[in-house]
Every structure is written in C-alpha cells, then in structure tokens.
Design a protein around this ligand. Sequence first.
Ligand code: AMP
Length: 601
Amino acid sequence: MAVDSSPRSAVNCPEPNEKFAKALQFIEEMTKNTDSVQEKVLAEILGQNTETEYLRRFNLNGAMDRDSFKSRIPVVTYEDLQPEIQRIANGDFSPILCSHPISEFLTSSGTSEGERKLMPTISEEMNRRQLLYSLLMPVMNLYVSGLDCGKGLYFLFVKAESKTPGGLVARPVLTSYYRSEQFKTRPYDPYNVYTSPDEAILCVDSFQSMYTQMLCGLLMREEVLRVGAVFASGLLRAIRFLQLNWRQLAHDISTGSLNPRITDSCIQEKMATILNEPNPNLAEFIARECEDEIWESIIPRIWPNTKYLDVIVTGAMAQYIPLLDFYSGGLPQACTMYASSECYFGLNLKPMTKPSQVSYTIMPNMGYFEFIPHGLSAPVKLSRDSPPRLVDLADLEVGKEYELVVTTYSGLSRYRVGDILRVTGFHNSAPQFKFIRRKNVLLSIDSDKTDESELQKAVEHASAMLSEFRTSVVEYTSYADTKTIPGHYVIYWELLVKDPANAPTDDVLAKCCLTMEETMNSVYRQCRVADNSVGPLEIRIVKKGTFEELMDYAISRGASINQYKAPRCVSFTPIVELLNARVLSKHFSPSAPKWTPERRI
Ligand code: AMP
C-alpha cells in the first residue's frame, strides 16, 4: 500500500509540483515567524476595525499593538456579544463589530439558549478558509503518493438555510462554502476530483443527496483512492445507508436507470450522463458483497484502492474509531484540519499519524490567537474591568493545557471558542496541539452538543409527567450509545414509585423520551429530524439502589465520599455495564421532535 507514516524521501518520489512546493514553503514561512505573523495579524485586524463601535467602546483609540489590545479589550463569550449579534441580525448594518459588511452568519453547532450560535462573517474570510484548504493536499502528498491518479469519495452535504429578521443568510460554514462560487467554479485539480457531482452535494434533501453520492461512489469504485466525510459520524452514516439501500442501488446499476425517489431535476440531469448504461456485473458484485451481511472491511472490499479514510476522529469523534476500524479493515484515518465557524484554525502536518497521536498546528495567519491556561489551581481572572494578560501563540509551553481565545478579521475580539487544547510540541516556532475536549459538552453523537444544564432541563420537563403517578426521578445519568448507527442518547433513570399499583405505563415513559427530545437544543433536533444522524432517545429504568452501587464503585476507586456526585454522563465501560445489568425496562421516543430551520428569535 502506498501509505507511509514518514514523509516520502526524495529518492522514491517525484518532486511535488510547483504549487505544492509553494504551499509547503508558505507553511514553513508562517510557522517560522509565528510571533511576528501574529503581531501583524493583530495590527491588521485592529487597523481594519478601529472605527467599529465595539473597539471604540473600549477606548482603543486607533492603537494596533498587543499591549493596548490586551489591557483594554475584555475576554468574552458568545453570551457577552449577543446584544451586538442580535442587532446585526435585526438589520443594523452600522460597523458594530467589524468595519467590513457582514456578508452572512455562520451557524455554529454550539448553542446559546437552545438555538445555534450566529457567527458573523465577511466575504474575504472565504479566501482565508480556501487558503487553509489549499494546504491540505500538499501536506498529504508528502505521505501518500498517486492521489492525482484517482478520485475521492466524500460524503458532503449542505443543510437548510434561514434568514435573520434583517435579511442576512444564516447557515453552517460548510454549506456556505459548498454554495460559494469558489467551490462551484473551482478549477480542475487532479488531486481534488470527487466522485460526488456538485448537484448531489448541493441538494438539500439528505436522502437524495446521500443516495446519489453513494451511487456515484459505487459506479466509480475502482477509481476511488480515499473515502471520507467531515466527521466520522458522517462516514458511518453513509455505511449504514449502504446497508439499508444496497438493493435499490444495485438495481439502478444493473438497469442503468435512476431510482424514482430521486426527483431533484439537477441531479436527474447530471446522473443521465453518469448512469447511462446497465452494468449487471457491477450490480452483481455489489449484491454479493452486501447480501451476506458481513460488513467487516466493507470499505476496502467495495473500494479496493482506498489508501486512507479522510475523516475527523479527534475530540468527540474518537468514540467512532473502533467502528471505523471494523468497516475499513484498519485503513489509516487521516484527520487533516481543525476549524470552526468562528475561524479556521490549522492543519495536521502529519496526517497519517494514529488518531490518538494527532496534533494540529494552528496557522498564525488565520487570526490572532491567545490562550487561557487551563486547570491552574488559581484560575486566570477574566474581569471585564481589568482584562487579563493571556498567553500568546508563540509563548505556550509543551505539556500544558489551554483554552483557545480568538480574535478574527470578522469582528470577534478575544472570543472564547470553548476548546481545550494541549501543547504537544512545536513545528518551527508554531505550537502543535492535541484536541482535548470542548468545554461543557456532556453528550455528542454527531454535530449535536448537549451540556449538563440542557440535560437537567430535559429531565425536569420529562419527569414532570410522572407526578400524576406519584413517581419521581431520584437519580439519572446519561450515555452516548454509538454502537448502533445512528447513535442515540441513553438516559438512565432510577425512579421512586410511591404507588406501585398506579406506576407510569410504557406509553407515559415513551412520551417522557419525546418530551426530553423536544426540550433539547435546535442542533440536536435538527440531527434527529433533518439529518437522521441521531436516533430516538432512550430511557432505561434501573433498579432501586443502582445509583448507590454506582457511588460504592466510585468510592472503591478512590472518590471522596463527601464530595461524591452522581456523574451526569458515563462512558467508562465497567460503569456502563453495571448500569445495563440493572435495567428493568427500556423506552424509546415514539416520534421525532419538532424542528424547523427557522430560529426562535
Ligand atoms: P462549529 O462551530 O459547529 O463549526 O464547530 C467547531 C468545533 O468543532 C470546534 O470548536 C471543535 O470543538 C470541534 N472541532 C473542529 N475540528 C475538530 C477536530 N479536528 N478535532 C476535534 N474537534 C474539532
């Protein structure tokens, strides 16, 4: 296999083309001059935004240096900026946060008050994002040869957009990118040829989009050199889709005709040029591979030339590594970049390293980055009146953990992203980071992120339905069950039933599941309803005394009896096994919760 864990030597590989050489040189230049690039980026941002209402409020008075910035501008969260963001959303186009016009809002998978966060962006940011994308292949080419001699099977999707009251579009950053002219009119690049036609990627109907992308992937199976999706959960969803739909897909291939459920005219037109003759041999092959229901190594069996999976398996996605190993027969899993709606941060300079050892290098040209030391016995004071002096990108220490704070060209100043990163080393003078976790996220299956207070609220709402049965929830915990695809939330409840003759029925407990889902944030409900990337929520009722056993177990492992609190989420296998061994009954949400793309403003 042409995959190597060390860079290809000059002896056995041809010189990368000039474009690649330039990209690699750019990475070197940026990372060798981390601090000066950061200084320049901050000066550019402050110079651009000096006349904004926000910077004027803190009396920056045109200063563009780090000292003035750090001593006057507060470190903020989304909630702090919400009044300004709401004004922009409502149509106030004066320079509030940024002097350039806000072109759209990017909807983050993080939420505030149950709705997606709205990140303002400006049109030139698209070029910055594009620049980061353009660095990925030159780096990959150092490790994997011949990627210009085939195609990538990537499952890429757009999501529904909405408009703010002031008329700005609000949509996820990737939807914005796939709909952009930069993407739609991209020049031919042999290293970035996808099996999926743009018409399929750009179709909002997730079934039609996935079906067409899978069909094209099957038709071009021998040309496929890499298989991917943005996140691991997306690739697993595609495998599940194949499990459920291979018969129809094989039928289309054997007859050369398109499934009538594909009604999107742009897709139909495009597919007429791709699926234009019957191929019974291929259809037979697919049926043979799929009908045995032996799904181990299905990826290399169907796509035999796959060199690696291109998919993020760091952070919350690490839970999917074993399943991806199973379906891919242990193909390398390349995590190429680290990005967010607020800002694209950086890339993995050794994309073939094992997922547990992945480190991302933040590119100093993407924004101005500061870091709050994390886990200190005396945490940094984040007072607005006397802003803290945070650590700069070039001054971080290996082995320490930090929370990422970003200042962007789009007008976020000293904004807490919420990610905790550990410095693992340096590339030149640029630190490299292991992604540790996102703060306050308890449960996550796909792009949903549920925190402790959201879970608490959902349990409160649902358990209110039990009062007429003189029943209450005495303890609860949760578990992200990703053994099935799609994964789903499992909530363990220990009940106090005062009147066993009138205990809550199965029907009531199923309604409790649905009530919990209705209470969850909009990203969760979108995953459930529009994307089908999260399955129905499950409540498991456990025997009386289970949570006491859980406490005994924790104490036997050294927890302090005085400080013990039942964990609100569990993942440690012995604990999950203990809970599962005490389950009395299981209940599932009987239908999907309500969700529409419109925000509740
Ligand atoms: P969003 O705001 O919805 O675009 O989500 C951005 C967040 O996704 C980041 O702040 C991280 O928490 C997470 N994320 C993005 N890229 C990675 C990655 N490569 N590894 C782990 N987590 C990531």
